[in-house]
Design a protein around this ligand. Structure first.
Ligand code: 5GP
Ligand code: MG
Ligand code: MG
Length: 180
């Protein structure tokens, strides 16, 4: 385990099994959708989306969108900003937004509302992690990996000040790393 972690929350094998199950669920739910597009929210969803798209087992396109709300802090600023838009036209397509973690829900609400205005045939949300205690805007998560407690986690794409994204598991960061 990385020395900056308090404990491992979700190990590699558990992550892989759950991602495979999400991929199977998405494949079943989209059998009648001719065009499926995954939209990853950079940068945190990158590793999850890479594994997820290979577990879906059908033709899928992907694109990325970049937004920011956090900066180098463990608390959301509450303001979401669009840093990079999609390249693909999603009109008439079955779109699934792929996110690493849903906390307050502000990021997903912003991206969902933005993409809905482009008239996709369907617009769903897939989030690997969910912190139910922290939700303050209502968003429907169609595919969800794990509900987790209200602790700051890193790894498998999730960072603290751009560190720890490449850890192959999810761990709870020791508060001593971010409290000075
Ligand atoms: P929300 O807008 O739902 O409050 O926050 C979503 C974003 O905040 C996530 O995409 C992620 O970037 C960041 N975030 C929320 N909770 C955590 C956490 O426990 N660990 C990390 N690394 N990022 C988090
Ligand atoms: Mg994110
Ligand atoms: Mg971050």
């Amino acid at each position: 385990m990385h020395p900056d972690l308090e404990r491992v929350l979700i190990d590699t094998a558990t992550l892989q099994n759950r991602v495979q199950a999400l991929g199977t669920a998405i494949a079943q739910a989209t059998v009648n959708a001719p065009e499926l597009v995954l939209v990853g929210i950079l940068k945190g969803s990158l590793i999850f989306m890479a594994d997820l798209m290979r577990s879906i087992g059908r033709e899928v396109c992907y694109d990325c969108i970049a937004v920011s709300s956090y900066g180098a802090s463990t608390e959301s600023s509450g303001v979401v900003r669009l840093n990079k838009d999609l390249d693909l036209d999603i009109t008439g397509k079955h779109v699934i937004i792929v996110e690493d973690i849903i906390d307050s829900g502000l990021t997903l609400k912003y991206v969902h509302d933005l993409l809905l205005r482009r008239n996709p045939a369907a617009l769903e949300i897939c989030a690997l992690l969910n912190k139910p205690e922290r939700r303050n805007v209502n968003v429907q998560v169609d595919y969800r990996g794990f509900d987790i407690p209200n602790e700051f986690v890193v790894g498998y794409g999730l960072d603290y000040a751009e560190r720890y994204r490449n850890l192959p598991y999810i761990g709870v960061l020791s508060p001593r790393v971010y409290t000075h």
